[in-house]
Ligand binder design. Sequence first.
Ligand code: GLC
Length: 801
Amino acid sequence: MIVNTELDQKGNLFPSKIIAFKKDVDTLYFTTQNDVVLQITVFRDSVLRFRYTTTGTFGKDFSYAITKYASKGYNHLQIEEEKHYYKIITSKLICHIAKEDLKVSIFDAIDNTLISQDELGFHWEESYEFGGNIVKMSKISQDGESYYGLGDKPEHLNLKGKRFENWVTDSYAYGKKTDPLYKTIPFYTGLHHTKSYGIFFDNTFRSFFDFTHERRNVTSFWAQGGEMNYYFIYGPKMEDVVTNYTDLTGKPHQLPPLWALGFHQCKWSYYPESKVKEVAQKFRDLKIPCDAIYLDIDYMEGFRCFTWNKEYFPDPKRMVKELLDDGFKTVAIIDPGIKVDKEYSIFQEGLKKDYFCKRADGAYMKGKVWPGECYFPDFTKPEVREWWSGLFQELIEDIGIKGVWNDMNEPAVMEVPNKTFPSDVRHDYDGNPCSHRKAHNIYGMQMARATYQGLKKFAYPKRPFVITRAAYSGTQRYSSTWTGDNVATWEHLWIANVQAQRMAMSGFSYAGSDIGGFAEQPQGELFTRWIQLGVFHPFSRIHSSGDHGDQEPWAFDEDVTDIVRKFIELRYQLLPYLYTTFWNYVDQGTPILKSLVLYDQDDVHTHYRTDEFVFGDKILVCPILEPNAKGRRMYIPRGNWYNYWTSKIIKGGKEMWIDADIDSMPIFIKEGAIIPKYPIQQYVGEKTIDKVILGVYFKKGKESSVLFDDAHDGYDYIKGRYSLRTFKLTGKTNQLIIQQHKEGKYITNYEVFKLKFYGLPFKIKTIQLDNVDIPLSEVKLNGENTMVINKNFTQLHIIGE
Ligand code: GLC
């Protein structure tokens, strides 16, 4: 492993033999002769935490990533002492700790498969320059092992053979090999012999992961300071690994308001007011659905946060209200840098209250960002976060801004070589004072957290909406995110696809890219293909730097506008499906996008796929990533799938050519699925939904589907005011049965479902609704293949001839 110190006097140091063992309820301590202590905490039967010290004692235990709501508790814990090792047994795992050298091996408790095995295991190097250690871990890479995760890395989904760095970085116009980017999510999933596990290295210092890059059979990770502190999360299903990681670092604290899952339009910048209005109006005139419009930095007075440029926006409250009357929610940007300006009240207050970050010797941390020279709040101090959250009162409560966009929070600093704070800057770190070396990776997260707290307070009783560029593990609790300053190229369309999938498998599903590309300008064809992908991303927003021309749906030719409209309409139709999927994420931690490997890890063909993914758990999507394409080859996962456009059913488990001219893209529905749809609306809430369309895709066999609904905003759903419907479909040669199970106290506006059947293999003879025959004349079965029934049915039974 690469050594980071120049003063390599001692080289690697290793634990010696175990001389003491202690158990304290769920925590075990193994002490070696040379004062290394390994502390293992059993979080759950499948989640173990490993923490090492080299000095005999541990420092204060504190993490920004781990949520206090994480599930804890196990069914079984047994410790046995063997001749050469200690053995920790839970109902899911068996873990061996070697007496000789503290090395760890972990096995599946059911069938004893070796899952993870230390190579050198824990070792370290003393850091002469900063004190403490460079902490290191290496593990043997098992036969055929693949690796996934790590947040926003713009690389092949399978990370095998590569090395990565985690250091939150402003990376304007990054490329396929650029590393690191804006986020630090030090969590990866390993997969071998059909079994999957995860490792979350909860260390905020600059860290590195090496997946068999340096040495063929070794995977390693290390950090430039702090503790060797990682969580081992066992599946064996990859989805369970991701779900458990998300549980540990936190699911979003609440559902987003439904409008935030609609379509968003952004540009750097729309101003003055007349321009904002013109863009909004054009969406309505052209009947392209849209829910949110963004104000980038030019709405402010000289880029001072929490101010307005009154020349461009003389009466923001009126404008925001008028936009809202037309269904547009306004989202405003807020950056961390506070302009050094003695006349500026926020600067004065921050100074007076001593809220700005300082250098080690006491000077302020001064850096250039958009407003010129700035000071930066220390968001790692609770009092500062409280102050910051209070600053949103006017924007949210009074002016009516519905969402806040946090940018430049890596923190980005201009005109300096390292693009950020120097490492000596001091931070409170919630009462654990430290340097920027430790706080850098969580700075943006804590800013987003403070912003979130402000929105939560002032938007109440509505839900907050926050979007952040920088993030560390756990940021998904507070905010959505986008992938930063990408470029309008085909390669970036590939990157956007990979990043959104990777974020989802890293616990952070609410993510999307700048559709069309931020830097440079796309051709109409690239823009169209990007929209097609973007409507299947949990966060869906067009954004561009504005330097290279317009990037609204009508900025290209009319054909483009029509195709863009068609796909944004599709997103609006699928809103109940997306909302249900999101609810699953908030409730269970289930990733919203499933890369094929996550969807079907037992099929080795999925291990190196990057392009195809499953949106929710029933819709297979594959973007077209090349110009002039009339279709593409793609891998269809195992099972039978209906082509969304032709309703033709195909059998998966193979690669196939799929037609998809510019007005189309490959979309498939899993057989047996029941897909809910809303009518097309120009914005969420435009129409009262009086019926939900259920697409019923026949399957011989069983499949269950879910529909979640509630008031689309507010917190009543937490008190049980939601409606959760589970549909169990059973198909037989000449029968189709749909059973509905209902939960929750919310009464939906709609009274009926309009069922539309696909692939019924028989001609209908009789239909029974809750055991009563209904005359075929009442249903429009022939022709349209639809029928309308009361939403509260328990069983629908269709019998064929
Ligand atoms: C950064 C952001 C971009 C924004 C710009 C101006 O480059 O990533 O989205 O438009 O700053 O605020």
